[in-house]
Ligand binder design. Structure first.
Ligand SMILES: [Mn+2]
Length: 471
């Protein structure tokens, strides 16, 4: 089997950097195990834990990383495969050999690890672990540390969480290159949908096309595909509709590269290949919102302020169209725009599509300076902190017409001084538009990651037209 790894030096440096935050205790990072789907041997596609990948690199189940801070030693823990497993799953290098490739000299068997942890519990040595998100990991930690299951998540080490966030938030140059690989495959998947989309096609046929492009590269999805004519439902994973005249098709999907860095791109295209006037108007407003955000992003700028700038830009557009009214700043302060833009502008991305969300959204995305808002819309912003060089984020504004939400707000006369409810009736079947790209923060601004994917209306229309083939 093939391993995709950075140099042993990379992992050694990352671990050294991590350990420098501690003066005692154990750091324990359990990797993931196979997860059964409907019986033990029939498992979901295996996905390694991203923190484990970051510090140990090894993409195999049932391993963990143990660092004894005082002793200054790192252990790769797990069991060598029995001959029976080799018969079923194929040959594999020994734990010692694997360890060498990621700069780890020492190994422990599962039993030895268990003994070491038991001893630590007995002598009340600190054991630092991250908040687990899988049931099996929670049970394992509870069992091995002899603690109650309900105390495991809250027992995670804040010191370790903060150290990991500090490190993983700033991407290395070689990580950006991996993200470019993910995004280049993701681009091809999106182009495939644009080429094949037309009235009469099923969403599921287009889904098959994008999956074929991805599987040819021998990689997997970074998250479940959104490909729907009902883009107003934000996380819609249904693919049963047939594309109809006048509809929009919203596609939010991306691949992981072989080293598991994610791409996360959204494009919205007309089902028949040509935007109608109304679609073009709304599309242009979203695109302007995205461009405003990109223009503003730079080290030192809070991402919350970027979100609000995009919201103001889109509100301006909606006022010009006659769907909103009043003062732009006041409308946004009151959260009136969130009727149409109810989610956050974007999130960190890296080894996870919502990078490090397992460590806690507020610890990752907010701090003493920028606190999470309680207001509908703004409260869904996953990342609000000041940007720094090396951060990688998505920028994904959108405008949606959600009939159920419009009805509730209209009944309550919510933000009635900013929203022209009487003008919204014809938009009830509009759907939604989102445009999303991924950016690295540079010393002075941003750098688009991956190849540019068409997003101007004329470029999308050209790609979807037969002229592309002839001209
Ligand atoms: Mn996203």
């Amino acid at each position: 089997m093939e391993f995709h790894l950075f140099s042993a030096e990379t992992y050694r440096k990352r671990r050294e950097n991590l350990v420098s935050n501690f003066d005692r205790g154990l750091i324990w990072l359990p990797g993931n195990s196979e997860a059964p789907m409907n019986y033990p041997d029939n498992t979901y596609h295996f996905r390694q834990d991203s923190n484990f990948l970051y510090y140990a690199g090894v993409d195999l189940p049932d391993l963990s990383l143990l660092i004894d801070v005082a002793e200054g030693k790192t252990y790769l823990c797990g069991d060598n495969r029995s001959i029976e497993l080799v018969v079923w799953m194929g040959p594999q290098p020994s734990l010692q050999e694997i360890g060498k490739r990621v700069g780890i000299e020492n190994t422990l068997t599962s039993n030895q690890l268990l003994e070491r942890l038991k001893k630590a519990v007995q002598v009340k040595e600190e054991i630092h672990f991250l908040p687990p998100y899988r049931g099996l990991t929670i049970i394992k930690i509870a069992h091995w540390l002899d603690r109650a299951i309900k105390d495991i998540k809250s027992g995670a080490s804040l010191q370790l969480i903060e150290a990991v966030i500090g490190q993983r938030s700033v991407k290395e140059e070689q990580e950006l290159k991996q993200m470019e690989i993910a995004l280049s495959i993701t681009r091809d998947m999106h182009l495939e949908v644009m080429y094949e989309a037309r009235v009469g096609r099923k969403e599921s046929e287009l889904m098959a096309g994008l999956m074929a492009v991805m599987y040819r590269e021998n990689v997997n999805l970074a998250y479940p595909v959104i490909l729907t004519v009902n883009g107003q439902t934000l996380h819609n994973h249904d693919h049963s509709h047939v594309l109809q005249e006048g509809q929009l098709l919203l596609g939010d999907f991306g691949a992981e590269c072989p080293m598991h860095y994610a791409g996360d791109i959204t494009r919205t295209v007309p089902a028949n290949g040509v935007f109608n006037e109304r679609q073009k108007e709304i599309y242009q407003i979203v695109l302007e919102g995205q461009k405003t955000a990109i223009e503003m992003m730079a080290p030192g700028i809070p991402y919350r302020d970027v979100h609000l700038a995009a919201a103001r830009k889109m509100t301006e557009g909606l006022i010009a169209m006659g769907l909103m009214k009043g003062d732009v700043d006041e409308a946004v302060q009151n959260g009136a725009h969130a009727l149409f833009f109810p989610h956050g502008l974007g999130h960190m991305i890296g080894l996870d599509v919502h990078d490090m969300e397992d460590l806690g959204e507020d610890l990752l995305g907010y701090d003493g300076e920028v606190k999470r808002s309680a207001q509908f819309g703004l409260r869904s912003l996953r990342y609000g902190k000041k940007l720094s060089e090396g951060n990688v984020l998505t920028v994904e504004p959108g405008l949606y017409f959600i009939p159920e939400l419009i009805d509730i707000w209209a009944d309550e006369k919510k933000n009635a001084s900013f929203i022209c409810y009487n003008k919204l009736e014809p938009f009830r079947d509009f759907g939604g538009i989102r445009i999303e790209d991924n950016f690295a923060i540079t010393e002075t601004g941003t750098q688009l990651l991956g190849p540019a994917i068409p997003k101007e209306t004329r470029d999308i229309e050209f790609l979807m037209s037969a002229d592309r083939l002839t001209g």
